[in-house]
Design a protein around this ligand. Structure first.
Ligand code: ZN
Length: 364
């Protein structure tokens, strides 16, 4: 080694050291800003919904909070340190480098979506609460406990900012466009550009909703980041889900679609998938909740769609996706699916169980 290259080597090592120290001391939010991806964590809440979105500028939008307590419809909020789903959300938040939820959207008032909110608020500060009008008394019949859970949530919500957006409104996040496409049973009346084409796959009035009281009032959003599109409609089903894509495709295409209602049988209408035309469909099913055979079969018929499941479905007759696209084979693990998107529309999907990363180049 000559004197000259020794100097160069020392300079290189100094840079490596600086970079290492810099990496260690960078605030998570700054590290995120440098990464400049839109990250979406599909958190395993055993067949409920909790989806954490962190924008390139570090703002967070959490869509739903999973179940309360030990994770059933009958569970009550308790000690947040032992709350199954809020703890899983906290783990995802830490992985994403965020310390607060800037915006919480509750798609609708069922315990598999709003149940975790009271405990979560004790683990992470929540800035703005976004929802729709209160549940009807009839919601209590289909899902007992709905009204008490709503009352607990409403008391918590009174401590923060509150938004009840109408269909067509944009949520106030920066650098991304989050537009409400459905809420309180209403849906888009004018197409999101460049949507609006007639959908030849529409048949009759679609598939009836399993629950037409509260699921059908789900607040759904379409998120755009540059060329990238993501659609999450909660448990929207029946007439309003049908109306989004039939007879015309008002909601447009999306790169990634979180399949409605955990992939239950009322999400099996192929007209939805024909219109949304996702490259990746994610099913947030549990082992014994959602992931219906009809819906997985519909998805499998689309060669252009790669389906990922949060869980292997034990539903009768269910043909599950390949192991590589299955986050959890059973209830002994609770891995998430993590998506990172670039503004050119390309994205990666990481299987939290295996760590394997699948790359999806920008759409041609
Ligand atoms: Zn649900």
């Amino acid at each position: 080694m000559t004197r000259g290259t020794g100097g160069t080597t020392r300079a290189v090592w100094a840079l490596v050291l600086l970079a290492a120290v810099g990496t260690l001391t960078l605030a998570p939010t700054l590290a995120r800003a440098l990464a400049r991806t839109l990250d979406i964590y599909f958190i395993d809440v055993e067949g409920g919904q909790s989806t954490l979105i962190v924008t390139p500028s570090g703002e967070s939008l959490l869509i739903d909070t999973g179940f309360p307590g030990d994770g059933t419809f009958a569970s009550k909020p308790g000690n947040p340190a032992q709350a199954r789903d809020p703890q899983r959300i906290l783990a995802a938040a830490r992985d994403a480098g965020i310390t607060r939820i800037d915006y919480l959207l509750l798609t609708h008032f069922h315990a598999d979506h709003d149940g975790g909110v009271v405990e979560l608020a004790q683990l992470l500060p929540i800035g703005t609460f976004i929802d729709h009008a209160p549940p009807f008394a009839a919601a209590e019949v289909g899902v007992p406990g709905t009204l008490a859970m709503y009352d607990a949530y409403a008391a918590l919500r009174a401590t923060g900012r509150h938004l009840q957006p109408a269909v067509g409104d944009r949520l106030p996040l920066k650098g991304v466009d989050v537009t409400v496409v459905a809420s309180e049973g209403k849906t888009l009346r004018t197409p999101l550009a460049p949507a609006g084409a007639a959908n030849s796959a529409c048949v009759g009035t679609g598939v009836p909703a399993q629950d037409s009281i509260e699921n059908t009032r789900s607040t759904g959003v379409r998120l755009s980041y540059g060329q990238f599109r993501f659609l999450d409609v909660g448990d929207l089903s029946g007439a309003p889900l049908f109306a989004l894509t039939c007879p015309r495709n008002l909601v447009g295409e999306a790169d990634v679609y979180l399949v409605a209602h955990h992939g239950g049988s009322d999400a099996s209408d192929s007209a939805t998938y024909r219109a949304v035309n996702p490259r990746v469909a994610i099913v947030n099913n549990g082992a014994r909740k959602g992931g219906a055979a009809e819906t997985l079969a519909t998805l499998a018929r689309f060669a252009s769609i790669e389906t990922w499941q949060l869980h292997r479905s034990e539903a009768p007759g269910a043909e599950n996706v390949a192991d590589a696209r299955l986050a959890n084979r059973d209830e002994t693990t609770h891995a998430w699916i993590k998506l990172s998107a670039q503004d050119d529309g390309s994205f990666t999907v990481t299987n939290g169980r295996t760590g394997a990363v699948t790359r999806y180049p920008r759409r041609k």
